[in-house]
Design a protein around this ligand. Sequence first.
Ligand SMILES: NC(=O)c1ccc[n+]([C@@H]2O[C@H](COP(=O)([O-])OP(=O)(O)OC[C@H]3O[C@@H](n4cnc5c(N)ncnc54)[C@H](OP(=O)(O)O)[C@@H]3O)[C@@H](O)[C@H]2O)c1
Length: 303
Amino acid sequence: MAQPQRIVVMTGATAGLGAHALGRIAAVPGTRVLIGARGAGREVPAGVEVLPLDLASLASVRAFADQVCAEIGENLIDVLVLNAGAQSPASEARSADGFELTFAVNHLAHYLLVRLLVPHLAEGGRLVITTSDTHDPAVTPIAPKTLDPLALAHPAKGGLGSGMRAYAASKLCNLLTAQAVAASADVQDRGVSVVAFNPGLTGGTSLGRDSSPVARIVVRALMGAIFRVVGLFKPEYVMSTAERSGEQLAQVALGVVTPPPGRIYVSLVKGEPTFPDPSELARSRDAQQQLWRDSADMVGLAQ
Ligand SMILES: NC(=O)c1ccc[n+]([C@@H]2O[C@H](COP(=O)([O-])OP(=O)(O)OC[C@H]3O[C@@H](n4cnc5c(N)ncnc54)[C@H](OP(=O)(O)O)[C@@H]3O)[C@@H](O)[C@H]2O)c1
């Protein structure tokens, strides 16, 4: 008899912690994995299906979702892992659709994937969206304290620190989206579980690769030293490895690690899962609904 297949669809599986998670997920017998990736010829574990996806283009996101549905045919997705993320040095770059690039890649593209693929999740399936504790002012001072989706999509000014602020805001958007989906009647009726996953500070990934080589070396040396000192007082600043964070993402995706009932936030601290409240703003129902509405307008879908 053919082995029952678990279907996993994933973004952000070609580098960093996502590549490690992919290795673990794809090794589980009876698992069919489809990933979205930029460019051809990506190195992936045997059997993993690679579909073209550039999250900086909404047309590419739509084409990816269509192709996933065509590939799985009558079947449904068991686990949808939206892990891709990018961090620009400043908020001047724009996506193919004219939105600030970090907001477009990290939030808007994944919001559209949620809208297009969550209806194809199986009953009892799982949605994992990778966020970051940089969304939370209790963890980092650059975290957003208010939400203005239109200003995030079309920032009036860039400059020093704007890339990091855009990144933190996009990760707040990931959390707001996860909470909005988790609260929706459709998802609750179908018993779909939703997790917002924070890998925590993780070294050895390519995040920030768009900075100049000199800036990368300086930041790595400086931040490494600063984080080691701050980590003595704030455990969130103790750096984990891509292997460890990827292993935990796989555990969350496979349902081995699940938050307690009524909670959706899994936040790694020193590489170990914790289940704290996200920031007050991330928990705001008004903010969740506002982002959902504005994002629907931006991607051209009904609310
Ligand atoms: N590292 C940390 O300290 C940390 C902390 C908190 C949260 N996170 C989050 O964890 C996730 C993984 O980050 P990482 O540190 O592992 O970073 P990474 O090594 O840079 O991996 C990012 C992944 O996203 C993909 N990606 C980026 N832009 C894309 C685009 N336009 N279209 C399609 N795919 C795209 C990359 O694909 P390519 O291979 O084509 O580049 C890669 O697979 C991100 O969501 C990040 O925000 C990381």
